[in-house]
Ligand binder design. Sequence first.
Ligand SMILES: CC(C)(COP(=O)(O)OP(=O)(O)OC[C@H]1O[C@@H](n2cnc3c(N)ncnc32)[C@H](O)[C@@H]1OP(=O)(O)O)[C@@H](O)C(=O)NCCC(=O)NCCS
Length: 211
Amino acid sequence: MNIISGNEEDTRSIAKIYLEAFPESVDFFYGGDTGERVIGIMDFGFRILWAAGCTFFVAKDSSGNPLGYCIVASDDGDLNKAILRRGLALKVVREFLAGKINIRLTEILKLAVNGLVMAVASLALSKRTSFGRIMSIAVLKSARGQGLGRSLLRHALLHLVDEGVHAVRLEVRPENTAAYELYKTEGFSEIGATRDLQGRWVAMEKHLLKG
Ligand SMILES: CC(C)(COP(=O)(O)OP(=O)(O)OC[C@H]1O[C@@H](n2cnc3c(N)ncnc32)[C@H](O)[C@@H]1OP(=O)(O)O)[C@@H](O)C(=O)NCCC(=O)NCCS
């Protein structure tokens, strides 16, 4: 198994891993649909993150099959600005109107309200001028417990150190023991709580460089 820097061509494989790894979210937003329609929606979402400047790390087996991924943003604030500045928000609207993303209006509304609830709840967290963010990390069920998650996370953290990032944040559900333990043992500490429509998130942070 090896970990490579991913690119835009990996978004579809990442989407499939995501759908297996986060069944609760898939149930909540898409009624449990893991077919082509939702793979397409997730693929599009990951392509937007790629275009906005996120870095992808992908774990592959010796035949090149993707087993897991970690997506990281070097600057959380810049990411949101990039989505607006690079015309990505407009691209989403255009592709939706052109029927290229087969997402239902009710799903868009749910995603938008979810984002809003999360943004408001996150205002209570301590302020930092800039920080990196672990956007998403997952390993296929069949490949878990072999060190891949830790290895993916370490690649992402080393990348942030190389980029001169001072601190990195992420959110984890309180009941997600595997991920929480991984983050704790990699030096993340709790900095508070936030929430979205599905419930509570524990917010965690790790200092990378002085500052
Ligand atoms: C979290 C996840 C990425 C871990 O990947 P993994 O490859 O299985 O993790 P590793 O084998 O590298 O294990 C790293 C550490 O995580 C913790 N961990 C992993 N599985 C665990 C489990 N079932 N119970 C408790 N701790 C666990 C341990 O601390 C472990 O270190 P150790 O092996 O030295 O004890 C994986 O469980 C996953 O994809 N979960 C679904 C998606 C998800 O929840 N992502 C995180 C969202 S915040």
